[in-house]
Write a protein that binds this ligand. Structure first.
Ligand code: WT7
Length: 650
């Protein structure tokens, strides 16, 4: 039996105590698609509404007018749902357990404390002039203040835009300008794996860029006490501004469709898109998936190892868990520091019951052998989760056997920044697991596979993954660019949301995501547009033309392979390779570091001048046997040269 065919049946003992067993999943799923209005009206009751919604679903997936509204006459406050409503029942329960980069440093905030700190920050925001509807950019380390800042925005009706701390000053500037943020929150430095990242210096550099003068203030958390420059009148210390504030702050009444946050993500073309997520539907989806997919039980410690700079951190470190009154663990560091045993040691130290992490982290540990887990027992674990990219069955089995001691179901969760929350994943008490498959849709999610013309394919087959109807957590638009939203997601296949992913469905109706079918690559679970990296490269004076593709990488899932055509007056050299690598890192951020650069005297193009990426992908993957049809190439000899000079990646 190949690994792909191995099935891990639901354990009866697990199912008996789970939020959903097989029968319950099937009946709830059926109801959610037969009667979405009734289903979601009922589910919405899990939130604390100021005005309960009477209008449940108004969603139009038409190519000309995409209009998505959930609970549109409902009113609530997201921060009150995540904090205030837990005070009476679990005020003294830990809300956030923070584990520092240094294993000697950790801190706990109860719901009462988190509420008080969030209110103080919200009051400070007001003092700095932040109003309902304003945007606030966060460029922060993985510290509790990041969660407080998100919740404080939600409290006063400001819209947060979190920018991952690994992005460059230019990438940050671009996002600050697009969102028109008047306030930026950062820290002097962040610490990861014993290394410091100069966040404040990066903000300073970003704010020298044209168009960033919209920023009035930079609020700075003192994390390390490292040296920073200070801009009087603009920069304000967090502790000086926040600590003296009142510990209560009324929660603004928000409409369910008021924006909660903007989050930028890469697509196949153009600049990063600011996906707009709103309040009611998003929170409901995040909370409900957190409960059912992880089978979260009161009192358990739950750990999502993502960064708050990504959507995973938004939905599954902050909003979903806190809406459910959970204890969420926030980790500042990396699984390999100070040693490769750290992940397991953190689990033991805090009695983690649920661990949600990425295939890339698992593969990196796996590469060090089974004994990397010898320093921990991990007896507290009950459920494991995976997200960000397809998990190969080998890594799945290792995760199951070595990290989970062969007793924890693994939920492989497929979703996207655009979907707000988990879309396809097994409920661990309901669905037999097949390593490598995200299995079945969550309640209310209607996946389908289509061919290139948009015809819906039935049965066991492979195609492009679309979603046929709206779900509450769906992004409503691209910030200030609704046309681009329609164009990107609803114009490829009429009347359907196109995910950009390819997918196979097997004879049991299980979904197997096969990866992006557009020009987006996924490196260590970080999503990047090849066009962004290309435009960075061609901005370098030596580069005449560049093409970027992904190739299979043992640890990262995909690596970045770059073909560069130099200008006439430039000669290939290792020094120039280094320079281009630095260039891209500086321009976009270290996450976009090229893995391989190949000098290409010219690129394979069609007669109309379009680069044939299919061929470049095959060469990068060392699959030069079946290159397919090259007859449409303007100059087929180009391909021979590229194959001959392929860079051996070992
Ligand atoms: C893309 C979305 C979802 C939060 C993190 C990434 C890929 C994500 C899986 C999975 C296979 C996956 C897809 C998707 N992806 N989860 N379980 N199996 N592929 O969010 O940055 O918006 O990226 O990540 O290709 O389209 P994102």
């Amino acid at each position: 039996m190949t690994e792909q065919q191995r099935v891990h049946p639901v354990s009866e003992a697990f199912a008996a105590n789970a939020w959903a067993d097989k029968e319950k999943y099937l009946s709830m799923y059926q109801q959610s698609v037969d009667d979405p209005e009734g289903f979601w009206a009922e589910q919405a009751k899990r939130l604390d509404w100021i005005t309960a919604p009477t209008k449940i679903k108004h969603t139009v997936f038409d190519t000309h007018s995409v209009d998505i509204r959930w609970f549109e006459d409902g009113e609530l406050n997201v921060s009150a749902n995540c904090l205030d409503r837990h005070l009476a029942s679990r005020g003294d329960q830990p809300a956030i357990i923070w584990e520092g980069d240094d294993p000697g440093e950790s801190k706990t905030y109860t719901y009462r404390e988190l509420h008080a700190r969030t209110c103080q920050l919200a009051n400070a925001f007001k003092e700095l002039g932040v109003k309902k509807g304003d945007t606030v950019t966060l460029y922060m380390p993985m510290i509790p203040e990041a969660a407080m800042a998100m919740l404080a925005c939600a409290r006063i009706g400001a819209i947060h835009s979190v920018v991952f701390g690994g992005f460059s000053p230019d990438a940050l500037a671009q996002r600050v300008i697009d969102a028109q943020s008047r306030l930026v929150i950062t820290a002097d430095e962040s610490v990861r794996g014993g290394k410091r990242v100069p966040l404040k210096d990066n903000v300073d550099a970003a704010l020298t860029r044209d168009g960033t003068d919209v920023v009035d203030n930079v609020l700075v958390v003192k994390r390390t006490g490292g040296d920073i420059d200070w801009h009087d009148g603009r920069d304000v210390w967090y502790h000086e501004t926040v600590d003296g504030q009142a510990e209560t702050c009324p929660a603004e009444t928000m409409n369910a469709e008021d924006p909660l946050f903007i989050l930028y993500t890469s697509g196949s073309t153009g600049t990063p898109k600011g996906l707009k997520h709103t309040s009611g539907g998003y929170l409901l989806h995040a909370a409900m998936t957190h409960q059912y997919v992880f089978d979260y039980k009161d009192g358990e410690v739950y750990w999502c190892s993502a960064d708050v700079g990504w959507v995973t951190g938004h939905s599954y470190i902050v909003y979903g868990p806190l809406a459910n009154g959970a204890t969420t663990l926030m980790f500042e560091g990396v699984p390999s520091y100070p040693s490769h045993g750290r992940l397991g040691e953190v689990i033991d130290k805090h009695n983690v019951a649920i661990l949600y992490t990425s295939p890339t982290a698992i593969r990196a540990l796996m590469a060090h052998g089974d004994d990397v887990m010898d320093s921990s027992k991990r007896d507290s674990l009950r459920v494991l989760g995976s997200v960000g990219e397809p998990i190969n069955p080998e890594a799945w089995e290792w995760f199951y056997r070595v990290i989970g001691n062969s007793k924890c179901p693994i939920v492989d969760t497929w979703w996207q920044t655009e979907t707000g929350g988990i879309m396809i994943a097994p409920l661990p008490g309901a669905i037999d697991l097949k390593p490598g498959s995200a299995t079945r849709p969550f309640f209310g999610v209607l996946p389908a596979l289509v061919d290139s013309e948009g015809n819906i394919l039935e049965g066991a087959t492979e195609g492009n993954l679309v979603i046929l109807d709206s779900w509450p957590g769906q992004a409503r638009s691209i910030w200030k660019n609704h046309d681009r939203f329609i164009q990107t997601y609803f114009s490829t296949y009429k009347g359907m949301y196109f995910t950009g992913d390819g997918c196979r469905r097997d004879e049991d109706g299980y979904y197997w995501i096969t990866g992006r079918v557009d020009d987006v690559i996924n490196v260590s679970g970080h999503r990047m547009g090849t066009a962004e990296i290309e435009s960075s490269l061609v901005a370098h004076e030596a580069v005449a033309e560049a093409a970027v593709v992904g190739y299979p990488h043992d640890i990262k899932g995909q690596g970045i392979y770059i073909y560069v055509t130099l200008g006439d007056e430039y000669e290939p050299s290792d020094a120039l390779k280094k320079e281009l690598t630095q260039w891209v890192r500086k321009d976009i951020g270290p996450i976009a570091s090229p893995d391989v650069i190949q000098w290409a005297p010219s690129l394979p193009k069609t007669r109309s001048g379009k680069i044939m990426r299919r061929i470049l992908r095959k060469i990068a993957a060392n699959e030069t046997e079946g290159l397919g049809d090259t007859s449409t190439l303007a100059d087929p000899s180009v391909v021979e040269d590229l194959i001959d000079n392929r860079v051996n990646r070992g």
